[in-house]
Design a protein. Structure first.
Lengths: 397, 102
């Protein structure tokens, strides 16, 4: 193991931290349109361009559909490309979000999670990201500014790996992470760029000696085969990601995985959460541990590709599992995290009952009492008591 | 034409072979087909200029380019050539659209 790098402790908001990570990767092109709460992130990045700290070509577009279209064009031309958005902006990108993944372009996006309309709401939930969960991107969720910064760097490596070539997003909770001033360690610019490495394209539109057509009409005879080759890629992401996590841990001392386990080894009761709520959950788990309740946290970091097989040993041998979703699947049988976790646990010997709590929609605070309410319910379920499969947390209903 | 297996295709469906539209025959959509009457043709090349595909066959070997026929493997039968063909010169058009009979 190499010597861990000396790093500077600084105070930055989540948006500033991710802008910093993106700047350090020396992208060639950035295209974006402002939307709360992402605006400050691209504002900061634009400042790096304006003051010469970044040599990126900054494309200011007229909509998010154009932002993602410009990103696809730039990436197809062979440029390291970044963008950022939130909520309705991501929804407006929709068509081109799929195209970015289908064309295997490793574009990096900061998705600052915010509720989708309507009614219009600027605060955090995960409905934006979850709406795009099947588009083919790599999705990482972060607990704080440190994770958002680190993941911003890590995503370049996973996404641009020649065995992967998929776009990646770093998800972090709007306002809670994006606007909160947080303490975090930064790599120096050279160390960060050494880690990310120079950009290599797999194909480029700008080589007259090797003309290409990208994104042609693809009908009944070949579309399915092209989708096959895309589907084959996702299992490879796990192996690549593991290596990148190891390398990052050697460099910085901070180890990441597909998920983080907190007091999970001997836990009978398990809470599953994404994002900033993990911090609150950990505090409440500490309180219950002091009372002798064997409860632990599974903080999922990588949601796409979903590490189902990897999670099975972690889900096995529990007495009750609570999956918390910060988005609803309207008309679906529970939130997106719930259906994935329950599906992953299907058929495990002695599988625990798995229940769902929808919480925090539209930025409703996730309070200590809410985490306690879930742990109380888990104890009841483990003792054989009645509890609905689907529950709401913190809603006056 | 035998279809390739998924494993043998370029990633992302990128087409690396330039100009391969020529080998993909798209001329089976037609309802009407242009009939070419060389005796009426004044070689103005309007049809060649206006054809939205590249379906007017022109012989470039002589002093002046000569329209010699229609590439029916790629002509979609839109009729623009017949519409642009100036019949005034000889009283009769060199290109006339007729219903395609199989």
């Amino acid at each position: 193991m190499s010597k861990v790098l000396q790093q500077e402790l600084v105070a930055l908001s989540g948006n500033e931290a991710v802008a910093y990570a993106f700047k350090q990767a020396r992208p060639h092109v950035a295209s974006a349109f402002p939307i709360t709460p992402q605006t400050e992130m691209m504002h900061k990045f634009a400042e790096f361009v304006a003051n010469g700290e970044s040599t990126a070509e900054m494309i200011l577009v007229e909509s998010e559909h154009s932002a993602m279209s410009a990103a696809v064009g730039a990436a197809a031309a062979g440029a390291r490309t970044i963008t950022a958005t939130s909520s309705a902006g991501f929804a407006l990108m929709w068509e081109v979000v799929y195209i970015a993944a289908s064309l295997r372009l490793p574009i990096q996006m900061a998705l600052v999670n915010r509720a989708l309309s309507g009614n219009i709401n600027i605060h955090c939930d995960h409905s934006d990201s979850m709406g795009g969960r099947d588009a083919g991107w790599i999705h990482h969720f972060c607990e704080n500014a440190q994770e958002a910064y680190d993941t911003g760097l890590i995503n370049f490596r996973i996404s641009e790996h020649m065995d992967v070539r998929l776009p990646a997003m770093v998800n972090y909770d709007g306002f809670i992470i994006s606007h909160k001033e947080d303490a975090l360690y930064l790599l120096n610019d050279d160390a960060a760029f050494d880690f990310v490495g120079p950009y290599k394209h797999k194909y480029t539109l700008l080589d007259p000696a090797r003309p290409l057509t990208v994104g042609p009409l693809d009908l009944t005879d070949y579309y399915f085969e092209h989708k096959w080759s895309q589907l084959e890629t996702y299992p490879r992401v796990f192996d690549v990601a593991r290596d990148v996590f190891d390398e990052f841990a050697d460099l910085t001392g901070r180890r990441y995985g597909f998920w983080e386990e907190y007091k999970l080894d001997d836990a009978d009761l398990v809470m599953v959460v994404l994002g900033s709520s993990a911090g609150t959950a950990k505090d409440v788990i500490d309180e219950y541990r002091d009372k002798g309740v064997k409860v632990g946290l599974l903080k999922l970091r990588m949601f796409r590709p979903f590490p189902a097989e990897q999670l099975q040993p972690v889900l096995a041998g529990r007495k009750a599992i609570a999956v918390l979703d910060r988005s609803a699947s309207f008309g679906g049988w529970g939130g997106p995290v719930f259906t994935e976790i329950r599906s992953a646990a299907y058929g495990l010997p002695g599988a625990a009952p798995i229940h769902n709590w929808i919480y925090g929609l539209g930025g409703r605070d996730f309070e200590l009492g809410h985490a306690a309410e879930v742990i109380e319910a888990l104890q009841k379920i483990a003792a054989g008591g009645e509890q609905p499969i689907h529950n709401l947390l913190g809603c006056r209903a | 034409m035998s279809l390739k297996k998924a494993q043998d295709l370029a990633e992302a469906g990128v087409i690396t072979e330039a100009g391969n539209a020529e080998s993909f025959k798209t001329g089976d959509w037609r309802t009407f087909v242009p009939q070419f009457y060389p005796a009426n043709c004044i070689q103005c090349l309007f049809c060649w200029i206006y054809c939205p595909d590249a379906s007017i066959k022109v012989d470039l070997s002589g002093d002046k380019p000569q329209v010699v026929g229609i590439d029916l493997d790629h002509c979609k039968g839109c009729g623009i050539c017949a519409n642009e063909c100036p019949p005034a010169a000889k009283g009769k058009a060199a290109l006339v659209m007729v219903r395609e009979e199989k």
